[in-house]
Design a protein around this ligand. Sequence first.
Ligand code: ARG
Length: 467
Amino acid sequence: MSGPAGMWGGRFAGDADQVFRALNDSLPVDWRMVQHDIRGSVAWARALAGVGIYTDAELTQVVEALGAIAAEAETLGAPPVESGAEDVHTWVEQRLTDRLGDLGRRLHTGRSRNDQVATDLRLWMRDALGSLTGLVSEAAIALADQAETHAATPFPAYTHLQSAQPVTFGHWCLAYVEMLLRDRERLSDAGRRMNECPLGSAALAGTTYPVDREAIARELGFEHPTRNSLDAIASRDHVIEVLGALATLGGNLSRLAEDLSVYTSVEFGLVELDDGVTSGSSLMPQKKNPDSLELIRGMSGLLTGGLVAMLTTVKGLPMSYNKDLQFDKVILFDAFDRASAVLRLAARTMAGLRIDPARGLELAAAGHANATDLADLLVGAGVPFRVAHERVGAVVRYAIGRGSTIDALPDSVLGELLPELQTDAVRALTTDSLLAKRDVFGGTAPSQVAARARETRQRLASGAENP
Ligand code: ARG
């Protein structure tokens, strides 16, 4: 049953052209929603029984047949393109009609594929969001594990990629955990907002059959029915929201990847990746390239592309359904697959990461990273901060001129430049002491980082995995 004859042939004398069908048929893409389509069809069959389209006995037959079709789809695995069905909705209806004849032909009473695709997609997204939030949690757990191990491991921190102040490696890890937890929340939020049932919209204006839309929504696990039939089938802002969350997530992971790829370089030498997520060079025997990081970083471009593609697709679409919307699934499924792959790789990469603590300590102190704390010492001696800043700047300039660090300047120089301070106090501005002093909630003191890492575990465990 290919071409128009099966679904809407009455109006047409000719069959659909192959070049048209090549673009119009969506079965290879929307096949992923086959189980969701069947669940929606079961709920719709029940609704139809409620308004006398099916008797109870007929309903039982339809529900059983749909169950058998669900099993058949499971066995098939790949999209049955040889069926000639235009899309997944057509395939399910075709199979039902093959089995039950007119009982199958009655299922589409008061229903449009517009309602089906809108419903299926929301059902699919609910599952997909559950899986995505789980994967975000796993990546965050890998980071939190590192944070716990390295709550006290000194690590350099930069602004403008210039040495700024020391932090611990755990603190760096937890920065990305915070981002990922917000990403997870954004996905869950989107899931909550889209959890409404479009069935009953009947293409655009609402069905003439007095079906119980509340009951349909409940049966499918939706919060309530959609409140406007035009909006229900025309809108895809829930898809945009998820793509936006994924693009944001991609950007966050991309920054993490960029950091680490800099830190893996010979010049920084701070971290090393596990062999399993790197590659060598076909020419240069010494190379160990951080490909996983580059793949994670590169993927953010594709995820951003998905968001832009969807935003562009809906812009200027007239109310209500238009075939342009069929591409929503191409974009969304692709983004889901890519985001899932990237999250798995990020978790694996983080779990296998090794730190060089000695190099961490060395770079944490490099670039006069204790200058702010020296200014604070002057503040403690009664010097206004602006003045202290100016004077420490001059000390740094002097130290740079001598190729020295501040704390290694001779006593005589320190005494002359900083007469208010004991030389010992200046020499005590070690990285460890600097870290310990940042003992504020959210700061990098090892005790704070350890406490935040522990809390993070609880937040990760308690997070709603299923939006
Ligand atoms: N395959 C279509 C889609 O994904 C289903 C809806 C078709 N509706 C229609 N009026 N042609 O958008």
